[in-house]
Ligand binder design. Structure first.
Ligand code: TRP
Length: 447
């Protein structure tokens, strides 16, 4: 299809895909979900899920996207025209808006912490009570949380309205590596803290007797969330990729970088959690109650803290861009809406749906919505733990059997001669292991 836009270079694509993958999922969600699920054992199950399920589904999405050169709905429809399979693409579009709605709330929190750090509030000698007060006085303000949600979505829609390569590629190139460098630096510092050994024991020494279905479900949900899988984001990004690019290498690069960032976030957070007597099972507020202590102790902590939250907000932005992009490309390709209008429509929908999540820390009934969860946690459960694995399950069946794993493998090879490394293993994984594992896990929650 002409005129849809393309990445300027293969490196630009890897950066944009990594930009989609690396975000709050790695730095906010991964540490708190790991903490809640007992630490090291969760990390191990997570890594297995990333390698066996995540990487396989990544290739399935990228190949489907590049082969069809379409948005998720169009991609399923191109291979099986007029069939119910396009519904899977549509589920992805909806899921993207669902995730965007609460993800942007947390992104709004990072904006607030950026200003708070810049204002010098995380000064030396800060106490637990002060850190708690900063968090609760902000999150109990409906006005501020909704306003920052609005601001963040507005920025995202603006960038997406500008189109694919000029909008997305430009941002990611310098800033992602910088975030990585800061994380490396912070993790080295964290390792010198007095609680480091206890933190590392919690994070790296697994207790296998704790293994259960819930940990596996959470780990799979986290893997899909962190890698931006299960809703067609990587189908969409793959669709802007030209036939010359090496999909095999791109997939490994994105998955490795994303996993490294999440792992490092854990190395930063857990030593600090045990040093400052916080609880690893604190939940979604974990990093917001841990990082201020780190910055308060660092020389130039005010500058570091501010820079860190700026970069985190930008990492979140390159992720929300991909969430908006999926629904936007659907509206542009299938409904012939002009791109700027489509991008702002998607943003408006996510803002409205996001309001209850922004109120989840302040206004009843959203503070305790259902199943003992606040509205934001409830949304997170529905979209990340249920919808993404369901999307991954259906996608693996589609690519494995309807399109055909052999044809997909050919697309991954590109113009290169011979099989790509691990091709037969990938075919086995996408046809058998991925669907069976996801079916078992999803079935187990129903029972
Ligand atoms: N992966 C991103 C993160 O870790 C979030 C994200 C962006 C996402 N696009 C997605 C999650 C698509 C699932 C599906 O922060």
């Amino acid at each position: 299809m002409a005129g849809r836009g393309k990445w300027k270079s293969s490196f630009g694509f890897v950066l944009a895909a990594a930009g989609s993958a690396v975000g709050l999922g790695n730095i906010w969600r991964f540490p708190y979900v790991t903490g809640k699920n007992g630490g090291a054992l969760f990390l191990l199950v997570y890594l297995v899920a990333v390698v066996l399920l995540g990487l396989s589904v990544m290739y399935a999405e990228l190949s489907l996207g590049r082969y069809t050169q379409r948005n998720p709905v169009g991609a399923f429809n191109a291979i099986k025209p007029g069939s119910i399979w396009r519904g899977v693409g549509f589920l992805g579009v909806i899921t993207g808006v669902g995730i965007l709605s609460y993800y942007s709330v947390i992104a709004g929190w990072t904006l607030y912490y950026m200003f708070t750090s810049a204002a010098g509030k995380f000064g030396e000698g800060i106490t637990q009570a002060q850190v708690d007060r900063i968090f609760s006085s902000f999150t109990s303000s409906p006005f501020l949380t909704v306003l920052l949600l609005f601001v963040f979505i507005l920025i995202t829609s603006y960038v997406v309205s500008k189109g694919i390569s000029s909008g997305i590629e430009r941002w990611t190139g310098i800033l992602m590596p910088l975030l990585f460098v800061i994380l490396v630096f912070l993790s080295i510092y964290s390792l010198t803290l007095p609680g480091a050994s206890r933190g590392l024991k919690f994070y790296l020494s697994p207790d296998f007797s704790k293994l259960n279905f819930n940990i596996i479900l959470q780990a799979i949900g986290q893997a899909f969330f962190s890698l931006s899988l299960g809703m067609g984001a990587m189908i969409t990004y793959g669709s802007y990729l030209s036939k010359e690019e090496n999909l095999f290498a791109a997939g490994i690069e994105v998955v490795t970088f994303d996993t490294l960032v999440a792992f490092l976030a854990g190395i930063v957070i857990f030593p600090a959690v045990f040093t400052f007597n916080l609880s690893p099972s604190e939940g979604p507020s974990l990093i917001f109650k841990t990082l201020p202590f780190i910055f308060s102790k660092l020389p130039l902590g005010r500058i570091f803290g501010t820079l860190f939250f700026i970069l985190l907000a930008i990492a979140a932005l390159t992720s929300t861009i991909s969430l908006v992009e999926v629904a936007t490309s659907y509206l542009v390709d299938e409904r012939k809406v002009r791109r700027p209008k489509a991008a702002f429509l998607v943003g408006a929908a996510a803002f409205v749906i996001g309001i209850p999540s922004a109120l989840a820390t302040s206004v009843k009934p959203f503070t305790n919505f259902v199943l003992g969860k606040d509205f934001l946690s409830f949304m997170d459960f529905i979209w990340a733990n249920l919808s993404l694995p369901i999307g991954g399950l259906l996608l693996s069946i589609f690519v494995g059997y309807v399109w055909g794993a052999r044809k997909a493998a050919k697309e991954i090879r590109g113009y290169r001669q011979g099989k790509f490394p691990g091709e037969d293993i990938w075919i086995f994984l996408i046809k058998y292991l991925v669907p069976v594992a996801l079916l078992l896990i999803l079935g187990s929650i129903l029972i």
